[in-house]
Design a protein around this ligand. Structure first.
Ligand code: GRF
Length: 188
């Protein structure tokens, strides 16, 4: 199974995939890691791991459609079986989704369909729920929508900040992502 991973940030979820592959726990090929901007830690750690990286810089394109078409073409060039959005903070178009129909995997730091969007952790805290968590799902053209593959609950503790809660959610999120990819790889 060949995967392409898309990241925007620090890429700690990606690191868990890299570690699982290196440790022999996950049998797949990370064909490349792509980002929507230069200079992220996610790209740096990928290069350090010897992975191919690419940037399709959102700000270098006059329109979102042109950026999206360039991203689609670049990802397609690796012929991935699965494309993983791992903290990739851009909405992709229906054309991108169509190009990777049923292959675009997303992780989200909340129990979807609750609290979709860029601030899933903050929104769950603001609502006052006592349990939130994380979701791995096949992404469709909506914002954090599409068939759910796996979820794990994480309790909100008294005194939690958005940061402390997100860190705890990410521990569960990493486990869920690696386990999901392992199951997909085993079935491929
Ligand atoms: C994850 O919680 C992801 O779901 C969210 O941003 C976080 C990415 O963290 N959208 P990292 O870049 O993998 O450290």
């Amino acid at each position: 199974m060949r995967i392409v991973v898309l990241v925007s940030g620090t890429g700690s979820n990606l690191q868990s995939v890299i570690d699982a592959v290196k440790g022999g726990e996950l049998d797949l090929d990370i064909a490349a890691v792509g980002a929507d901007r230069e200079g992220t830690y996610g790209l740096e750690r990928s290069s350090e791991a010897g992975l191919e990286t690419f940037v399709v810089n959102f700000n270098s394109f006059p329109t979102r459609d042109e950026w999206d078409a360039a991203l689609t073409a670049r990802v397609e060039s690796y012929a991935p079986d699965v494309v993983v959005s791992s903290g990739f903070m851009r909405i992709v178009s229906a054309d991108f989704i169509a190009a990777f129909d049923g292959k675009y995997l997303n992780t989200h730091p909340a129990l979807l369909p609750a609290f979709p969007g860029a601030h899933g952790v903050r929104d769950a805290m603001a609502y006052g729920v006592k349990v939130t968590g994380c979701t791995v799902h096949w992404a469709d053209a909506g914002v954090d929508t599409g068939p759910i593959i796996a979820q794990e609950a994480v309790a909100i503790e008294p005194g939690d900040t958005e940061e402390s809660l997100h860190e705890r959610i990410k521990i569960a999120e990493r486990r869920l992502l690696v386990n999901t990819l392992a199951a997909l790889a085993a079935a491929s």
